[in-house]
Every structure is written in structure tokens, then in C-alpha cells.
Write a protein that binds this ligand. Sequence first.
Ligand code: HEM
Ligand code: HEM
Length: 176
Amino acid sequence: MRKGGKYYSPATKMIHWLMAIIIIGLLVVGTLLENMANGPEKFELMDLHKSVGVLALLLFFLRIPLRIINPVRPVSGVPKSTQMVAGAVKGLLYLSMLLMPVSGILMSQSAGYPVAMFGWEIPTLIAENEQINEIAGLTHGIVSKVLMALIALHILGALYHHFIRRDETLRRMIRD
Ligand code: HEM
Ligand code: HEM
């Protein structure tokens, strides 16, 4: 970590891009699943979705302490109001990155399906329960749509910084 918190650490950059790819992939695959007929292909893809979804949760738990030890201040000259919007979007991105896998796990387990990450079964947090299944399923579906909108705003923000404001924001998330 460099003094002053002007730059992201290499680990922060790596986990940002790794999780960006994983989460966009999960959103695409989840949407495909939603539109697939039951059958062996769907169950195979669903297993992959769950494995990668649990991996996203583990990465989230790695990312939060990294965020705490490597806070970064906004690039200079960005108006307070813009900073607040960007900060709110990032906060909601973090919240969604927690809610998505947790609701997914609860949805599966409350339906009586064990959850495994690439063959390694995770502990059962919850017994079969129809009501919880319904709430977790609704949460998973609604938050996924909110997350798509947040990511769109977040990407537009990055492009705005890079091409219109022409500042360091995108560059410092890519390289030193
Ligand atoms: C960051 C993590 C995750 C993201 C972004 C994500 C995204 C999605 C999306 C977009 C859908 C389609 C929802 C809809 O249109 O209603 C979906 C469905 C689903 N997800 Fe996830 N998911 C994640 C993690 C998980 C995890 C960890 C599990 C379970 C262990 C899981 C299990 C499911 C199941 C069972 C479905 C329903 C498929 C169906 O019945 O058609 N997801 N997910
Ligand atoms: C093409 C896609 C993406 C681009 C171009 C992008 C770009 C950026 C940039 C430039 C920053 C640094 C902002 C700053 O310095 O203030 C950033 C931070 C961040 N991004 Fe992304 N991002 C992308 C995808 C995603 C996705 C999919 C997620 C999560 C679902 C995400 C979550 C975050 C979070 C939480 C931060 C804040 C890091 C911190 O705590 O300081 N990003 N992104």
C-alpha cells in the first residue's frame, strides 16, 4: 500500500477484475438458466453457477479486508456530489455482492438441495422451508436486476471519467 491512499494495491486491482468477470458471467448464466427447460444440461449449468457463485462469496470475504487496509481517495477535482453518487453505487455493489450468493445458497438449501463448490459441499445453513425458499428466490431475482443496473451505472461512470473528464480514475484501476 502506498502512502496517502492515492493508488489501488495490485491485490485490489486483481480481485476487482477477477470478480468483475465472475459476476458478469454469473448474471449471464443465471439469466440463461432462468430461460432453460429442465433437463441434464440445465442441472449441469446450474451446478457450475452455484460453484462459481460460492467462489464469489469467498472472494468477497477476501476483498473486504483488502478494502479496509487499502482505502483510496477519489481522484482530485471530482465534485462532492459526483463522489457521493459514485460512493453510493460502490456501496450498493458491495451489498449486492453479498446478497446474491447468500440468497442463492439459502434458496438452494431451503429447497432441500445441498450446495457444493466444485464438488466440495458447504455446510447446511438452513433446513427445507418453503417460505424461506420463496423469499430467497425473490431476493435473488430482484437483487440481480438491481445489480445489472448498478454495473451499468458503474461502467458509464468509469467511461465518463476516462473519456470526458480524462482523469486517472480508470487508469489507476488498471495499472500503477
Ligand atoms: C454473485 C453471485 C451470483 C449472481 C450474480 C447470480 C445471478 C443469478 C441470476 C441473474 C439468476 C437469474 C434470476 C432471475 O432472472 O430471476 C440466477 C438464478 C439462480 N441462481 Fe444465482 N447468482 C449468484 C450466486 C448463486 C449461488 C451461490 C447460488 C446457489 C448456491 C445460486 C443459485 C441460483 C439458482 C438455483 C437460480 C435459479 C435458476 C432457475 O431455477 O432457473 N446463485 N442467479
Ligand atoms: C467493465 C467493467 C468495469 C469497469 C470498467 C470498472 C471500473 C472501475 C474503476 C475505474 C474503479 C475505480 C473507481 C475509483 O477509483 O474511484 C472501480 C471500482 C470498483 N468497482 Fe468496478 N468496474 C467494472 C466492473 C465492476 C463490477 C462487475 C463490479 C461488481 C459487481 C465492480 C465493483 C467495483 C467496486 C466495489 C469498486 C470500488 C473499489 C473500492 O472500494 O474503492 N466493478 N471499478
